[in-house]
Design a protein around this ligand. Structure first.
Ligand SMILES: C[S@@+](CC[C@H](N)C(=O)[O-])C[C@H]1O[C@@H](n2cnc3c(N)ncnc32)[C@H](O)[C@@H]1O
Length: 508
């Protein structure tokens, strides 16, 4: 459905030199926002849109570029300032037709109230991150934007540069900005940001070399310090400058980006190319990257059911808590120290170390090694400790060799894990899953599932996606328990078989 705002946006795109195929339909739904659909069969390799870089809103193209340069604002801060500045110009902004199409803000957790963050994200992978983000963004605004408002010139209307406006701009950057090129950096790319995301199953890509879109300049999303931002195009690549064909006699025709049609040297346009066939009437998806639900909610404000990139983390702190419920502090310290001397480490930084549990409930091997060492009987621990010290002194054998000799005599990765999965380690994994789960509070996962079933995705978006996140994390903890019990059963079964074999061999 083409609404009035979409028609105005199309007129704006035309005035700025955008080209797009008639085979693309922009659909505006009050519940789901804007999406893009194929009006006819789209073929792999079709160039479906061309976007002038000059029409992208970046720190170079914005009317605020001098203020941004003088203030020495970096990429994120600069782009947030550019968005607020262009919004402050109203109809006088060259991006007015685009800005009208954007929501004021994207419903990502940084724009939720602190109460909502604490209530809805409690104990999830996002809770602490979002608390920290909110504090940092506020500090950023206070230190950089607020002082600028008092300067004359430039005379800035404070109404458009307040803390709410800054958070809103940051939410738009997080959910819809793209890397453009070395000169522009990243920015807001009209039209490209109308495509919704599908994990690992995108239909459309941005590329500088339309005729060989499988090359290195193919673009995937990538991480940067403030979240995943889609990378759009490498500069100075050859670009197909063929005009897009438009519909004739009710037929949708898009350009065939063949090598022969490539004109070298035009780096002024971004292009969108189909990377697979899409049938008539189907939504055309981009991908924002391969992300679990925590990352999706953090950067884009939504989650996906059964997202295989989901993970849950177990903090080292939590392992230490479990350890001190069974052993003395001295025991814990000594075992963790030996674990570190063996060259093991967790993910994250020194004061926030954690272990990842994958979507199928498999724990990071470093966690298994730590639990194994914590649970070693004293005599075995002393032997290993002595060997590590001697090795450290003579520099003859590496920690890995020692660990392999001691724990992994067979030295193959599958065997490694199996050797670590003793009954005690498996019990420890189950206890850790229980402790991690207890952090969510009194409601069980079944309560969460029921609450999700009652929840409206449209009217209670925050609740819906935070429940999805909690449930996906809790399902992984369930799988961790299954992994622990099954691993022990398997280990038990194979050691029983070995014992049986040894006994039978002895007899024969
Ligand atoms: C780049 S915009 C995509 C266009 C957007 N739908 C619009 O109305 O303008 C990204 C935002 O679209 C929404 N979105 C994208 N993919 C989605 C998906 N698979 N499920 C739910 N929402 C999605 C999220 O709100 C996200 O922050």
């Amino acid at each position: 459905m083409a609404t009035r705002r979409l028609r105005a946006f199309k007129r704006w795109m035309q005035s700025k030199g955008f080209e797009w195929s008639d085979a693309l339909e922009f659909v505006d739904s009050p519940e789901e926002g804007i999406s893009v659909r194929a009006l006819c069969q789209l073929k792999e390799g079709d160039v479906v849109a061309k976007i002038p870089k000059e029409a992208c809103l970046t720190i170079k193209t914005s009317g605020a570029h001098e203020i941004i340069e003088d203030a020495d604002f970096d990429g994120h801060l600069g782009l947030a300032f550019a968005i607020m500045y262009e919004r402050s110009l109203g109809e006088h902004s060259p991006w007015a037709g685009y800005l009208h199409l954007l929501p004021f803000q994207e419903c990502v957790p940084i724009v939720w109230t602190l109460h909502e963050v604490n209530h809805l994200l409690h104990a999830t992978e996002l809770h602490q991150t979002v608390q920290e983000d909110k504090a940092l963004i506020y500090e950023d605004w206070k230190e950089n934007i607020l002082p600028l408002l008092d300067l004359a010139p430039p005379k800035l209307n404070p109404e458009f540069f307040g803390i709410e406006q800054y958070f809103a701009a940051k939410s738009l950057i997080s959910s819809r900005s793209f890397e453009i090129d070395d000169y522009h950096g990243f920015g807001m790319v009209p039209l490209a940001d109308l495509f919704n995301h599908k994990t690992g199953a995108e239909d459309v890509h941005f590329t500088a070399t339309p005729s060989n879109y499988e090359s290195d300049t193919d673009v995937d999303s990538h991480d940067n310090d403030e979240g995943i931002v889609d990378e759009a195009v490498a500069q100075n690549s050859s670009i197909d400058t063929t005009e897009l064909n438009t519909a004739h006699d009710g037929e949708c025709i898009v350009s065939e980006s063949e090598c022969s049609s490539v004109t070298e040297g035009d780096t002024s346009m971004l292009e969108m190319i189909m990377i697979k066939d899409v049938s008539n009437g189907t939504e055309v998806f981009n991908t924002y990257g391969l992300m679990g639900n925590a990352a999706l909610l953090h950067r884009y404000g939504f989650t996906e059911k059964d997202n295989s990139y989901d993970i849950v983390n177990i903090d080292l702190e939590l392992v230490l808590q479990w350890c001190s419920s069974l052993f003395s502090d001295r025991h814990s310290r000594a075992r963790v120290s030996l674990w570190r001397r063996l060259g093991s480490s967790a993910c994250g930084s020194q004061n926030a170390e954690y272990f990842e549990i994958s979507f199928d409930g498999e724990p990071q091997v470093e966690l298994l090694i730590l639990l194994y060492i914590i649970l070693l009987p004293d005599n075995a621990y002393h032997k290993l400790d002595l060997s590590v010290s001697i090795a450290g002194n003579c520099h003859e054998s590496s920690e890995t060799t020692l660990l392999n000799n001691y724990i992994f005599p067979k030295n193959t990765s599958n065997m490694c894990k199996k050797s670590l999965l003793t009954k005690e380690v498996c019990d420890a994994l189950s206890s850790l899953a229980d402790i991690r789960e207890s952090l969510y509070g009194l409601e069980s996962i079944e309560d969460d599932i029921e609450a999700l079933a009652r929840c409206s995705l449209v009217e209670e978006k925050k609740l819906y996606h935070s429940l999805m996140l909690r449930i996906s994390e809790r399902k992984i903890l369930q799988k961790l328990r299954d992994y622990a019990s099954q691993s022990f059963e398997v280990a038990n079964y194979s050691s029983a078989r070995k014992k049986l074999k040894r006994t039978t061999n002895k007899k024969t």
